[in-house]
Design a protein around this ligand. Structure first.
Ligand code: UD1
Ligand code: CA
Length: 482
């Protein structure tokens, strides 16, 4: 990253420099090239909508206020930001009609009140923007009390505003592609659309904007020439890949691949990836030391994984909290669940929302759980459905046990107390309670509460008919078996 000073800062330090930082996120446009019913900034990269990236970054930067300027699908975008960051953590400004980037910033500024610090401006569709770039930008604007803007040199500058310099290399303005002369179109330096400046300058400069240009819009870029004539301009050069906006679904997919690699690489300080190219770790996931991730593992939402846990191939965890030393075997799916330390899960287990497994629990293949709590050391190793159940410690749930929790209208709870033994192929017709150390015989249909320590058995008596096989064979002697 090269910083270029436009005007030498001479004279004494400014007497009072407000330390505050505010952020404006421009995201009112529809994003026509997405060809989508959904507004562009709600499309996600690595599970996080585009607009949430600059807002998350603004929070990391300590910006306050954070002002998203919204237009298309304002309510949906605002709701999404509220769900992620809390409704009080940003200040939405509406731009009903998109009359240009300068118009958007002009509308945003009153939300700052008499704020006197540095304001930075960024778009809602640049998820790959790095914090270091913003920090360098804001530092320049603060140091010099000037306008700092991010520049880049993409392989093809078509469509971008070009950064115009004088003979000494000082920035004198930005000219939009549609307004540029043939000579200006040959400039390789483009304006990334990311700026930082003192609030007072932005108020003054945006008030002076007019729409006398090829697009009849208020160009924010016109503040650059104003700054060149007054407070000075600095360019901060960034990697073009980091600052390019997402305009279509191809760029969306490319950004996803870059972000995935970036997130995975950052975790490799203390997490082992068997095959990082196939592993998805969304940006809000947390991983402890010595976690091991197999191929095609996908960790989404606010999933957290404790130290030393191994997650084998093909497992998908969504908003799930996994303890330390857990083993998750291949092809498990968990949503909004909790898995205690040293549990062993899978292969092919399905933990649905509201599952809460204690430490050292075993949940094996083809077991489905929903709104179910299982206490320390209990096991359900094969082929079960456990829904709306509260299961104590050291319980054994045999193969094929089903909680019959639904009568077509409402759900009912099942309680299984500590150390109970549920024989294979049992049905527990809820609401029902199985007492401590009770034994349910294999094949039993439990329809009433079972007292502690009792055996519950419901089976028809076994009848054995001698010679049956031969009898049937003789009956069909003239017809060969198919
Ligand atoms: C703008 C810059 C251009 C720069 C380019 C970088 C201007 C005049 N031009 O181009 O120099 O190279 O960004 O990508 O600023 N937006 C609003 N309200 C509006 C207009 C835009 O919120 O009235 C938002 C859009 O949703 C988008 C962003 O601002 O997120 C940029 O708008 P876009 O139209 O893509 O920018 P350009 O004018 O093409
Ligand atoms: Ca654009």
């Amino acid at each position: 990253m090269a910083a270029k000073r436009n005007k030498p800062v001479t004279g004494k330090k400014k007497a009072t420099i407000d330390g505050g930082l505010a952020a404006i996120v421009l995201a009112a446009g529809k994003g026509t090239r997405m060809r989508s019913a959904r507004t562009k900034v709600l499309h996600a990269v690595l599970g996080r909508p585009l607009v949430a990236y600059p807002v998350a970054l603004a929070r990391q930067m300590g910006a306050n206020p954070i002002i998203p300027v919204l237009g298309h699908q304002l309510a949906a975008v605002e709701a999404e930001l509220g769900a992620r960051f809390g409704a009080g953590s940003f200040h939405v400004v509406e731009q009903a009609e998109q009359r240009g980037t300068g118009h958007a910033v002009r509308l945003a500024l009153p939300a700052l009140g008499d704020f006197a610090g540095i304001v930075y401006i960024v778009y809602g569709d640049v998820p790959l923007l790095q914090r270091q770039t913003l920090e360098a930008l804001v530092a320049k604007a603060r140091e010099g009390q000037c306008l700092a803007l991010v520049t880049a040199r993409p392989p093809d500058p078509t469509g971008y505003g070009r950064v115009v310099r004088d003979k000494r290399g000082n920035i004198v303005g930005v000219v939009e592609h549609k307004d540029a002369s043939p000579r200006e179109l040959r400039i390789a330096d483009i304006n990334a659309g990311i700026y930082a400046a003192p609030a007072a300058f932005l108020r003054e400069a945006t008030a002076k904007l007019d729409a006398r240009n090829a697009q009849g819009e208020l160009y924010l870029t016109d503040i650059v020439a104003q700054a060149a004539r007054s407070i000075g301009v600095f360019g901060i050069e960034a990697d073009p890949g980091d600052v390019s906006g997402i305009n279509d679904r191809q760029q969306l997919a490319e950004a996803e691949a870059i972000m995935r690699a970036r997130v995975n690489r950052a975790w490799m300080t203390h997490v082992t990836f068997r095959d990082p190219a196939s592993t998805v770790v969304e940006p809000d996931v947390q991983l402890g030391e010595d976690v091991e991730l197999g191929r095609n593992v996908s960790l989404r939402g606010r999933t957290r994984v404790g130290a030393g846990t191994r997650i084998d191939d093909g497992t998908i965890l969504i908003d799930t909290e996994v303890g330390a030393g857990v083993q998750i075997k291949p092809y498990c799916i968990a949503t909004e669940s909790v898995v205690g330390d040293k549990a062993i899960i899978g292969p092919f287990a399905h933990l649905r929302s509201g599952t809460n497994l204690g430490p050292e629990v075993h949940v094996g293949n083809f077991v489905e759980t929903k709104k179910t709590t299982i206490g320390r050391g209990s096991k359900a190793n094969h082929l079960s459905y456990l829904g709306d159940a509260t299961i104590g410690e050291k319980v054994n749930v045999g193969a094929g046990t089903i909680t019959c929790n639904y009568n077509g209208y409402e759900k009912f709870p099942t309680v299984i107390e500590d150390q109970a033994f549920i024989g294979s192929d049992s049905q527990l017709v809820a609401p029902v309670r199985v007492g401590k150390r009770a034994v349910i015989a294999a094949g039993t249909t439990v329809t009433g509460d079972v007292p502690a320590g009792a055996l519950s058995i419901s089976r028809v008596a076994q009848v054995d008919k001698a010679g049956y096989a031969d009898k049937v064979a003789n009956r069909y002697a003239d017809r060969p078996k198919k």
